[in-house]
Design a protein around this ligand. Sequence first.
Ligand SMILES: Cc1cc2nc3c(=O)[nH]c(=O)nc-3n(C[C@H](O)[C@H](O)[C@H](O)COP(=O)(O)OP(=O)(O)OC[C@H]3O[C@@H](n4cnc5c(N)ncnc54)[C@H](O)[C@@H]3O)c2cc1C
Length: 420
Amino acid sequence: MATLPPLAADARAEIAVIGAGYTGLSAALHVACAGRDVLVLEAGEIGGGGSGLNGGQVIAGLKHDPEALEQLYGEQLGAQFAESSGAAPDLVFDLIRQHAIECDAVRTGWLQLAVSEGQLQPLERRARQWRARGADVAVVSEREAAELTGSRRYCGGWIDRRGGTVQPLAYLRGLARACLSHGARVYERSAAIRLTRRGEVWHVETARGTVSAQTVIVATDAYTDRTFDSLRRTVVVVPSIQVATAPLSPQLRAKILPRGQSVSDTQRILRYYRLDATGRFVLGTRGQFADIPIPAATPIHERAMTELYPELAGVAIEYRWGGFVAMTRDGVPHLHEPEPGLLAGLGYNGRGVAMATTLGRVLGRRALGEPAASLGFPLTPVRPLRLHSLSRVAARATIRYLQTRDALDRALRRSSGAPA
Ligand SMILES: Cc1cc2nc3c(=O)[nH]c(=O)nc-3n(C[C@H](O)[C@H](O)[C@H](O)COP(=O)(O)OP(=O)(O)OC[C@H]3O[C@@H](n4cnc5c(N)ncnc54)[C@H](O)[C@@H]3O)c2cc1C
């Protein structure tokens, strides 16, 4: 995709969007398709945030099960929230079709697999709850997990056929192209540096021009800077690092994930992986802050690959990269409206491909004037976390601690004769 120009003069728009990831571009596309005037400001280049760097797993649902959402938000709102999160992959694959986005989209399902017997029950319960709501999901036995993954590592789990995979940057660029073709203006290298309101009009200042708009949508997720300091302090940012091997041989491709699902497992520090369209094995897990954007070495990833698939020993790793994930205290993404005409959505807890696209559309609907009560998404106040300044230190220590506990568990399983 050709680079887009920076904003070079003052401009007016009905709706201004800050941040051109899935959230911002999905919001902008929704508004532009409704024939309204929208302008997007991106601080860097499209794809420099999580939406250009992620694992491409299109996952339905949130970390909370549907029944937990009903308990947290009440029967009606909880059920609507669960439903829209369950339908989030539909929106991704519909947009891809409607706007002819070429991004290696496949909908072969997502596997969530248990590394120990004790973790099977919650996964089975999750599958049962979604099935009761009509979702195309099933419990997977230990044997089926081995057949689907080609790894003997798992005790079983569940398959969610609503999920799939995309090439994440291609999907994002496709959304940007669709925005442009529906009349949205999108500017790169145009960081919002100040936001003020005069009367009913918001003014978003950038280095070379100010945008005046009735409504502003802040869609900056883990990359939220001090321009929106209260919002920045509502999430804890953690690093996630990925590696991609050279394209695998036909023999390895027939053995590893032969039916094309992607996988997340239930380690404390989870590992997620898939094969891409060129047959590269792509695996991600938490890393260290210093590893972003490009880690010097990835021993944890290399160990994980060969623990899962001993036959990957010796296969070259050709790419390493990382980005930041925004975690919320309650584990769900947040929709905020701190002042009239100011909206924000963030905090996908590592599940943003489908959910950010969905929350982007919710933000777009609200910007178009839909009543908050009919959005089916909880609208919450901006609540900065106490002691947020210590969150990096705490995240670093927690990641190290959980990695050590995972390693101990693996060693114990090995010593008991089970595959680690
Ligand atoms: C390594 C990694 C792997 C992941 N894997 C998966 C996965 O497999 N499946 C899944 O569902 N999710 C995954 N995620 C999470 C997912 O990528 C994110 O939740 C999602 O991309 C968030 O989208 P977003 O549009 O809200 O934010 P982003 O894509 O991060 O976009 C925010 C944008 O805002 C811009 N910005 C910030 N401040 C300003 C400013 N002041 N002015 C203008 N622009 C600004 C940034 O430059 C950035 O481009 C992963 C994330 C990472 C980092």
